[in-house]
Design a protein around this ligand. Structure first.
Ligand code: NAD
Length: 356
């Protein structure tokens, strides 16, 4: 398993270090052959090399079978020109280079974390297990023209038929292995790009007769996620709407620090937590490492076809949370907060002791 590890900025290096501890335990326990090459990305790379995505990093990623990323960014780099900013010149450029077209974001509420969800008991009585499939390579984050003149600013939300077909097919395939329902989210009552989206998704659907399809406008979807989240199985949506709805979903399950994601490319996939570099808590040893650790599970499942190992990681994480090994973002009243490293160490211990 050849893995490129890019810890990035802010809490990225702290949480990546915990995930790597877990990976090493998995390697030993399951006799895996793992080769790790570490690279720089984001603002820290910018300060060292004058670019947020150095050539060495691109090479390391292109030689790997999977890229394991922390996060990038900090407000102090926000005034740099776009190509030098961690998000645009670093992460978005890497996503484009690796042709990552889909971002998969599982949103699962751990039973014991119901106590930290902002939802009321009657809503939490039903299971929350959603998988968001977000289009990643197109839409308003990449559409041209885009401009900022000072008096006027412009972004372009553009989709091509083949881009919508590709992501829709993936969402239907994944739904076929789950509860067989796709909810496509758009704004087809207003936006032309959404009208195309809805039409193409409707054309892909008959190829997957076992999967039910329904459509929601994004404003309604945002509301339904709060009122009745258990109605969702797979949510299929565009780059912008997926970005927003997945952060909203994070709140449902307790914290952004719990949500992993997999970005699917034609050849190499990239794994990163849904949250950002969290500058407000970086360097304090209190960031939640669970999202980053769960990214390992997604990597085993989607890059190395080892869903069995993904399950081991999920169970170890669940057990650590159940036993009160929780960082400050997910503690219940009266519970003590654990550090990033304490949670990481506990997950390692449970992985080591796990028996099928
Ligand atoms: P953020 O996701 O970094 O933080 C939002 C809130 O969630 C903060 O209160 C933070 O403390 C909390 N949070 C996030 N991850 C956490 C974790 N693992 N444990 C505990 N709490 C956690 O979003 P932001 O504050 O809007 O952005 C900060 C920086 O991150 C910006 O520069 C932004 O551009 C960047 N960013 C990067 C990515 C990425 O690398 N993929 C994604 C989003 C934002």
């Amino acid at each position: 398993m050849r893995i490129a590890v890019l810890p990035g900025d802010g809490i990225g290096p702290e949480v990546t270090a915990e995930a790597l501890k877990v990976l090493r335990v998995m390697e030993k326990k399951y006799d895996l052959k793992i080769e790790i090459k570490q690279g720089e990305i984001g603002g820290s790379a910018m300060e060292k090399y004058g670019t947020p995505l150095p050539e060495e990093t691109i090479d390391i990623c292109q030689e790997a079978e999977a890229v394991f990323l922390g996060s990038v960014g900090h407000p102090k780099w926000d005034s740099l020109p776009p190509e030098k900013r961690p998000e645009i010149g670093g992460l978005l450029k890497l996503r484009k280079l690796l042709q990552l077209y889909a971002n998969i974001r599982p949103v699962v509420l751990f039973e014991k974390l119901k106590e930290v969800s902002p939802l009321c008991d009657s809503i939490l009585a039903k299971k929350i297990d959603i998988l968001i499939v977000r289009e990643l390579a197109s839409g308003i984050y990449f559409g041209q023209p885009r401009a900022f003149t000072g008096h006027e600013a412009l972004d372009t939300m553009r989709y091509k038929v083949e881009e919508v077909e590709r992501i829709a097919r993936l969402a239907f395939e994944i739904a076929g292995k789950r509860r067989k329902k796709v909810t496509s989210v758009d704004k087809a009552n207003v936006l032309h790009s959404s009208m195309l989206w809805r039409k193409v998704v409707g054309q892909v659907a008959p190829g997957f007769p076992q999967v039910r399809l329904n459509h929601l406008y994004v404003d309604n979807a945002a509301m339904q996620l709060i009122l009745n989240p258990s109605q969702f199985d797979v949510i299929l949506t565009s780059n912008l709407f997926g970005d927003i709805l997945s952060d909203e979903s994070a709140a449902l399950v307790g914290s952004l620090g719990l949500l992993p994601s997999a970005s699917i490319g034609e050849k190499i996939n990239l794994y990163e937590p849904v949250g950002g570099s969290a500058p407000d808590i970086a360097g304090k040893g209190i960031a939640n490492p669970i999202a980053q650790i769960l990214c390992l599970g997604l990597m085993f499942e989607y890059s190395f076809s080892r869903a069995d190992l993904a399950l081991v990681i999920f169970k170890a994480v669940e057990q650590a949370l159940n036993d009160g090994f929780r960082t400050q973002d997910v503690v219940a009243p009266g519970m003590s907060c654990k550090t990033t490293a304490e949670v990481g160490n506990k997950v390692c211990e449970y992985v080591l002791n796990w028996t099928n």
